[in-house]
Design a protein around this ligand. Structure first.
Ligand SMILES: C[S@@+](CC[C@H](N)C(=O)[O-])C[C@H]1O[C@@H](n2cnc3c(N)ncnc32)[C@H](O)[C@@H]1O
Length: 289
């Protein structure tokens, strides 16, 4: 049986999830962080951070800490790195994955950040905002704990554009919607972000779109299919037969070279406060086939 539709986004309270869901989440976060194309999206914005000479960096919704581990290699050893997350269980995985590191981990409550005003020079939200119900509250808190002129970097998926091809077009649209609605709270957050950033007191400096498309064979999206194969029954996203048929089609299409899946990720760079700047835009060259 399928539960209430859409099921609750499991990232809203990972610690309340059954072990199978939690493990699927941890595995997926680590797997995608290592994928060369996805890693290049992260490296692209991370490369700009050392030149900001930050003394303190906060990764909000840090998950297993993949972004902080990357930054640790790049930033001056005196730079303080803090990872904050609402999930003790995911933070436990983060600690285990970063032994002997200088990263500090904080278990926090949603919406209210336990930091003094202007505590950080750089604040990252890497695939966090699409899971947060009260976008404005969190962005206002981000503005409070960032120093004036500090950098906010938001990287997220435009989940509403994610698609996994199925033979029937109408069914494909319906399934795409059901799948992304089950694992995110705001599948279209990127489209609202310029407005939300302005309303929370940020100045948007630049943005970059990162399309990720796989045709014929799957790779990044194939591992997403494998994660969905665990999450669909665990979260009751689709009736068993429908879920099995979706997974079987995606795996088979990879085998026979007819796979198609695609989605777009975005990076937004904003300054805290008003400042004169010209917004720029770019499209990253990363698109696999
Ligand atoms: C999709 S995961 C992203 C994890 C990590 N940033 C990455 O990209 O690998 C979202 C993370 O945000 C955390 N989270 C959800 N709501 C949050 C909130 N209001 N404040 C802080 N963390 C939150 C979840 O526990 C989860 O670890």
């Amino acid at each position: 049986m399928v539960g209430d539709f859409p099921p609750m986004d499991p990232y809203l309270d990972p610690d309340q999830q059954p072990e199978i869901t939690l493990q699927a989440i941890v595995t997926r976060l680590e797997e995608r962080s290592r994928h060369p194309v996805f890693r290049a999206f992260t490296e692209d914005y991370a490369a700009a951070i050392p030149s900001m000479h930050p003394v303190s960096v906060l990764d909000l919704g840090c998950g297993t800490g993949a972004v902080l581990r990357l930054l640790e290699e790049q930033l001056h050893p005196d730079a303080e790195l803090t990872g904050a997350d609402i999930s003790e269980k995911i933070l436990c995985a983060a600690r285990a994955l970063s032994q002997n590191s200088r990263i500090h981990w904080d278990k926090i409550q949603p919406d209210r950040l336990p930091y003094r005003d202007a505590s950080f020079d750089v604040l990252l939200m890497h695939t966090l905002l699409s899971h947060v119900p009260h976008t404005h509250l969190l962005l206002k808190e981000a503005s409070r704990v960032l120093r004036q002129g500090g950098s906010l970097i938001v990287f997220d998926a435009d989940h509403a554009s994610t698609t996994f091809a199925q033979p029937d077009s109408a069914k494909m649209r319906e399934l795409d919607h059901r799948l992304v609605s089950a694992i995110t709270t705001h599948p279209d957050i990127c489209r609202h972000l310029p407005r939300h950033l302005k309303n929370a007191g940020f100045t948007l400096l630049s943005h970059k779109a990162h399309p990720l498309a796989e045709c014929g064979k799957g790779d990044f999206w194939l591992s997403s299919v494998r994660a969905f194969a665990k999450l669909i029954p665990a979260l009751g996203i689709l009736p068993k037969e429908e879920g099995d048929a979706w997974t079987a089609h995606m795996l088979q299409s990879h085998e026979d070279g007819t796979f198609f899946a695609a989605g777009i990720f975005y990076t937004f760079h904003a300054k805290n406060g008003d400042c004169v700047a010209t917004a720029t835009h770019q499209t990253s060259p990363h698109s696999t086939s």
